[in-house]
Ligand binder design. Structure first.
Ligand code: ATP
Length: 441
């Protein structure tokens, strides 16, 4: 199964989904860059999340969700109040006395170094906040932190949001953005990195309604992954037990995905009680109450990168011996990304049958121009048509349009469906409507 991860890593690089960061200088720790197709797909994931949160929700007792984009660098007092500068937001670090490799204590199965079997040191607390200096002088007074979660920006804007939007409880605030944690052992490709993107929604509600909303949001979040095509057998809930709960949480359920390296969290649903608003009130001296009480908060906190990796792995399929659509004898393994239509980075590919026939190329270019403002399109003329189909299957392209000699006579072309491989001829005049219907359905 680890083999599968290697295949995903290599496909990601080969086809422009994810590159190791600063690769020409030997890379940089656990940093990755999203390439041309990766950025399309990641934006599709984030848009699907925004759409879900801001437009499609219908929670019991009503309530809407609004958006926010708060700053990455905030007043350091925020992190004092939130508990992130204390032991609560620290991992236990151990070091091998022999090879000096470092590990997170809770990741070790035995009290021995997993790399060389050496003895390990006593654990010491290691705070995960990333520090930086703001301004010209590197003095303590100018020290700031890069946020470790996006939600603090939501809590400190609670009053601004309620007042400016004239909101009544319950309501939610959704935000997508980068977060940073100085992870001791980043690993498993983009699963655990020091810089990552979160998609977080905070639901403010009356204390007595919090358990019911917790159930609601937990189900909604699971449905979101299922509706976007992740197989049911690869997803599960895990109730986080009391000893593991984060410092702010009253209850937490993780949504886990079955990665090649085991069942792992992709999203957490947390009942944060009144921890955040009451602590910020204490520290800032302003009562962040609503009609005399501290609203309770249900949080859904997903990682855009972990979600990306789960969507990619789940969509990956290998077809041995190839699919039987071309005259070429395809001996190699054919790779398919069966991504959900809203997540696929390229929706439509336009292919002239032959690249050395100017009239075909011209017509195909015209079709590309006709479609490119409406859908993410690719124009590809290199190699045999069978190879081009396979290249498109490998990145999850939903439809391939082939311009051939008949096109020149009848103004129609073939449209090939990625999943069924069915090919139909359609009139170019109707193409836009047909594709819109197929992609929106
Ligand atoms: P873990 O136990 O894996 O360290 P966590 O429980 O600390 O994760 P949360 O604080 O609940 O994670 O963060 C919410 C979400 O943010 C996670 O479900 C995950 O998708 C994402 N996330 C957290 N840390 C990382 C990281 N280092 N790299 C990538 N994504 C992350």
């Amino acid at each position: 199964m680890e083999d599968l991860l290697q295949k995903i890593i290599s496909l990601s690089k080969r086809r422009g989904f994810i590159f190791p960061s600063s690769e020409i200088y030997g890379g940089f720790g656990s940093s990755y860059d999203f390439g041309p197709l990766g950025v399309e797909m990641k934006n599709n994931i984030k848009n699907a999340w925004r759409d879900e949160m801001l437009r499609k929700q219908n929670p019991p007792a009503g309530g809407i969700v609004v958006g926010l984009d708060s700053a990455i660098m905030m007043n350091p007092k925020v992190w004092q109040a939130s508990g992130h500068l204390s032991a609560g937001f620290a991992d236990e670090l151990v070091e091998c006395k022999k090879c000096h490799h470092r590990f997170r204590k809770d990741f070790l199965e035995k009290d021995k170094c997993p790399d060389c079997g050496g003895e390990i040191t006593q654990p010491r607390k290691f705070n995960l906040m990333m520090k930086t200096f703001v301004g010209a002088l590197e003095e303590d007074s100018a020290m700031a932190y890069l946020r470790a979660e996006t939600c603090q920006g939501i809590y400190v804007n609670f009053e601004n949001i309620v007042n400016s939007m004239r909101l009544k409880i319950p309501f939610g605030v959704a935000q997508i953005g980068k977060s940073f944690r100085n992870e001791i052992t980043p690993k498993d490709f983009i699963y655990r990195t020091r810089e990552f993107e979160q998609m977080e929604m905070q639901w403010f509600c009356e204390p007595k309604t919090a358990p019911e909303f917790f159930e609601y949001w937990k189900e909604q979040r699971m449905k979101w992954y299922l509706n976007l095509g992740i197989k049911k057998e690869n997803l599960r809930f895990r109730e986080v037990n009391k000893e593991e709960l984060a410092h702010y949480a009253k209850r937490a359920v993780d949504i886990e995905y079955k990665f090649p390296f085991g069942w792992k969290e992709i999203e957490g649903v947390h009942n944060r009680g009144d921890w955040d608003l009451s602590n910020h009130s204490k520290h800032c001296g302003k009562e962040l109450k609503y009609e005399g009480y501290y609203p309770h908060i249900i949080e859904t906190s997903g990682g855009a990168d972990r979600g990306f990796l789960a969507f990619l792995i789940d969509a990956y399929e290998e077809i041995r011996g190839g699919r039987t659509e071309t005259t070429e004898a395809v001996k190699e393994v054919e790779v398919m990304l069966k991504l959900h239509k809203s997540l696929a980075p390229v929706k439509v590919a336009i292919l002239p049958l032959l690249k050395n026939k100017p009239e075909l190329v011209k017509k195909a270019r015209e079709v590309f121009d006709l479609l490119k403002n409406n859908f993410a399109c690719q124009y590809d003329e290199a190699g045999s048509i069978g190879r081009r189909y396979r290249r498109q299957d490998e990145i999850g392209t939903l439809f391939c349009l082939t311009v051939d000699f008949e096109t020149l006579e009848k103004d129609d072309l073939t449209i090939r469906d990625r999943d069924t491989m069915k090919q139909d001829r359609v009139k170019i005049d109707n193409l836009l409507e047909i594709l819109k219907e197929k992609l929106e359905k």
